[in-house]
Structure formats: C-alpha cells, structure tokens
Design a protein. Sequence first.
Lengths: 231, 231
Amino acid sequence: MKIIQPTGSCKSCTLKSLLFTKMTDKELEYLNGFRKEILFEKGESIIKEGTPINEFLYLKKGLVKLYKFGASQRERIISIARPRDFVSLISTFSSTKYQYSITALEESLVCSLQLESMKTVIRNNGGFALELIQHISRSSNNVIQSTFEIDDKHLRGRIAYILLWFSKKIYHNNIFTLPISRKEMGELINMTTENVIRILSEFRKDGLIKIDGKVIGVLNQDLLEKISKSG
Amino acid sequence: MKIIQPTGSCKSCTLKSLLFTKMTDKELEYLNGFRKEILFEKGESIIKEGTPINEFLYLKKGLVKLYKFGASQRERIISIARPRDFVSLISTFSSTKYQYSITALEESLVCSLQLESMKTVIRNNGGFALELIQHISRSSNNVIQSTFEIDDKHLRGRIAYILLWFSKKIYHNNIFTLPISRKEMGELINMTTENVIRILSEFRKDGLIKIDGKVIGVLNQDLLEKISKSG
DNA sequence: CGCGGCTTTGATGTTCATCAAGTAAAGTGG
DNA sequence: CCACTTTACTTGATGAACATCAAAGCCGCG
C-alpha cells in the first residue's frame, strides 16, 4: 500500500467520467482538497469488515474482491468488481461501519475522498445525487441478480458461468489468467475447492477448456454457454 | 385492485415520515398533483417483471413479496417487505423495466407517484436525495446480507431462521399466521416444499413449535435461535 | 361436485461435501 | 541459497444432506 501525492485535481481527472460527470468544477475542486490516492498491490487489503466509514472510496483502476466471513468460518465472496461497478458504495451509505472486506486481486488504484464533503456535494447537487442513486442501484442489482442466478445452477453450470464471465466480461479474451485461486473460486460460486478442481479437470478432459495453472483457455464457448444455462 | 381518490395531500400524509421528511411543502404539493393511491387485495399482483417503470411506487401499508422467475422454472422470492423496506426502489433507478415481480401478501396500500416528477424533486433537493440513497442502500444491503446468511445454513437452520424472522421482525408475537404457503417458504429460503413441511413437522414433534395450518406458535425460542445459528 | 392446487408422508436416488493422502508451489528464516 | 513450513492443488473413496418421485388426503372455488 502506497499513498500517492495526487497529481492534478479531480477537475482534470480522466476517469471522473465514470461517476462525476454531473459535478461542477467548483465542486470537484472542493472534493479535491481532501483527496488521497492509494495504490494497493495484488493481495493487499483495502477495507476490513467492521472498520468505521469515514471516506468515500472509489476504484480508479484494478480488480478487487468484496467478501464476508460467514458464520461457518468460511469466507464468501459477494462480488468481484472493476472500477465501474465498485461496490463499496453499498456499505458507504447504509451503515457507519463497513459490512464487507475488500482486497485487491490485481494492482489497484483507489481514490479516497472525505465522506462528509461528498455528502455535502450530494446535498447541494441533486443531479449528481440522481446519478449516484442509479449507480448504486445498478451495482446492488447486479450483485443480487448474479447471486440468485448462480445458486440456481448445478456445479458444472456454476463453473461454466464463472469461466465465461471472466472471459467475456472481465478480460474480453478466450485466454486469460484467473485472478483468484481455486479456493476463492469456490467461495465465489458457493462450492468446495475440491469440486472446483474436479470440474475444471472434467472440462479439460472433455476438451472444453485448456488449463495451465491459472491460465485458462476457452476452447468450446458454445458448449460452455449451454452448460451454464442448463443449470 | 382499487384505485382510491387520494384524500388529503402528501403534505398532510401521516406516513410521509417513512421517507419524505426532507421534502418541502412545495415539493410535496408538486408530487401530489400526479398521485394515485392503489389498494391491493391479498394475492393481487402489484408489479410484473418486465413492465416499463413509469412510477415511483411506495408501500404505505401491507406486506408484499418480491420475486423472480428463475431459469429452472421455479420462482425465487428475493425478499418479503413491509412499508419501511419497500424494495421496488432497487429496480426503479437501475433500469427502465422492472426486474422483479411484486405481489401483495396482505391487503396493501401503494402510493404511486410519477417517476419523472420524483426525479425532478431529487435533482432539486439533494437533502432528500441523500436520504433516498441511504434508504436504497439499506434495503439492498438487507437483501444481500440475508441471502448469504440463509444460504449458509442447513435446512433446519433455515426454517428456524425464517420462523424467528416472522415472529420477531414482522409480527412481534410468538403466535402468528404465516402470510405465505409452504411452497412459498421453500422459494424464500431455497429448499423444496416437501422439506419445508418435513422440518416443520419435526419441529412440532420436538415441541419447538405448535402448528395449526398457517398459524404457528413458537414454544421454545431459545432452542430455535440455537438451531438457526448452528447452521 | 369435480378439478386443480396445496399439503403431507414415505421410499428412492443423486448431487455434493467431507475425509484422506499425496504432490507441487510458494513463502520464510537461518 | 537452501532447508523448512505453509499454502495451494489434485485425485479417489465414502457418506450425508437434500431433491426427486410417488401416492393420497385436503381445501377452496368455479
């Protein structure tokens, strides 16, 4: 973790389009006054469940996992998120403490604004508030939808689903490097590590995919889609 | 379903405290201009998945279920909600069409405002917008949390959990009338109808609960709590 | 009064978690 | 840099939890 002296102000930020199009230059300057940028290495913890929320965190670059410790000791991954669907927002306005933990899966750049100043901007700029509402709703909705979708499938369907998700939604490539371990895959799609491995092997033997450690190649996307849908 | 000629304006609404404390009288009058109140009988459909969203719906009285048709034919109940945690909000701002269906479980009174005028108010009143953000976040958060919590438990734990939830959170009474069928209970806590019935019977035989059709009496709350927690 | 949906119980089957045991890989300290 | 330890990965065998199937009674409703 490395705190970076912010270069330039929010006003000139090329990434503000992700969320901040409705803000005035004056507001951007105001937020910029309390701004920090923090760089997290792969594997570093960004947020710990139970910590008080004093910042409005915003993911500018990278890939993170949002997870929670279940009663049964086991971690459950709620979501894997990129900048556009940064999910810390769900906690930020619903509680005084973070409900989830967040860890960087790849090198990630987080922009940290002061929560109170953010609230001030919201109060003064309804147009921005409306955008934020839509943003939060979409993120929540995605989490809810995908959770139910995954739970509805058999194990083979879950593996197919998540492989296609990485391939199509995250890496836009038939060949990609899994950013998570087999164990974490299990925590994400609700199955044991052993079964993740077993079914990956089956898919390999059936010629659906190619495996080299964390590098996965999708060989038969059509059939994977079918398996993903058939439950 | 019965459309009621609204009596009085939003301004004098005794229930506005649920959400609208941050609105000015002028804004309330404005919204009131396009207001409808609709009364739904038990069992009537309030929202159908896929319908375009043109209103901002708000539950004033009653109990509803929010659900979705899974790929596997079976319905899944996402949430059962009362006025304070009305969940239509999740869809309202994340899409142009409703993502879920909503049906009344008890006689329910819904206030229907024009979505566009609501957006106008949000844009002009950031204070209200901030409240709405918090409201939506809390609702989403509850759905997400409880979904993962329930999935983490064994079948007996799920039944115990949901019985206690009805008893403590909804009806505030050891004896209550289930507002849903056994089948719907299964759809809510993700198990088959048969197993819902089986485990309810077990609990009855073990003296944990008393059953008379849809009327449930909790006899041993402590033990139920333990079963709910132990997975 | 008969039909369809809800409820109930029992018997059967299958999916999946758990347990066990071994190999490979990756981090840790002297 | 190498011994050491830990964590990740892999495969097979076993068992338990749960879904599915089947059959019958019940209730509400047209």
